[in-house]
Design a protein around this ligand. Structure first.
Ligand code: CDP
Ligand code: MG
Length: 132
């Protein structure tokens, strides 16, 4: 059993997609083991996206996440990291396959509904950051 970190971004919450997303995760047979709906601070978001701090889109990304509450989730199941990334779909909404969360709901490169950890190391780091 593996644990991963999922964040429903501010656009996903605003668009009323919490139920849809949690439903997809549960119907796939994965467990929500922690959940927190709240307004994060700038420091937390900047720390979360640390790997992108030098990228040209960093400011826009952080400001967008800060626009409203997000839902932080701990999700558990077999190969949870890889399976959640597959269900989330490609970062670019134009490439994300139909049937994936981004493929079905995203229409912007920055505002793409949801985040999922991309490796065991990131999952551990992100779960610690968001749920300690
Ligand atoms: O979220 P994911 O791991 O799939 O993609 P990433 O490459 O780690 O980028 C993190 C987030 O930055 C994306 O999910 C987008 O919200 C945002 N981003 C952006 O605004 N513009 C880009 N050119 C690339 C990413
Ligand atoms: Mg990433």
């Amino acid at each position: 059993m593996e644990k991963t970190f999922i964040m429903i971004k501010s656009d996903g919450v605003k668009r009323g997609l919490i139920g849809e997303i949690i439903g997809r995760i549960e119907r796939k047979g994965y467990k929500i083991t922690k959940a927190k709906l709240f307004q994060p601070g700038r420091e937390l978001i900047e720390e979360h996206y640390m790997e992108h701090r030098e990228k040209p889109f960093f400011r826009e990304l952080v400001n967008f996440i800060l626009e409203g509450p997000v839902m932080a989730l701990e999700v558990e199941g077999e190969s949870a990291i890889e399976v959640m990334r597959l269900m989330i779909g490609h970062r670019d909404f134009k490439i994300a396959a139909p049937g994936t969360i981004r493929g079905d709901f995203a229409n912007s490169l920055t505002e793409n509904i949801i985040h999922g950890s991309d490796s065991v190391v990131s999952a551990e780091r992100e779960l610690n950051l968001w749920f300690n």
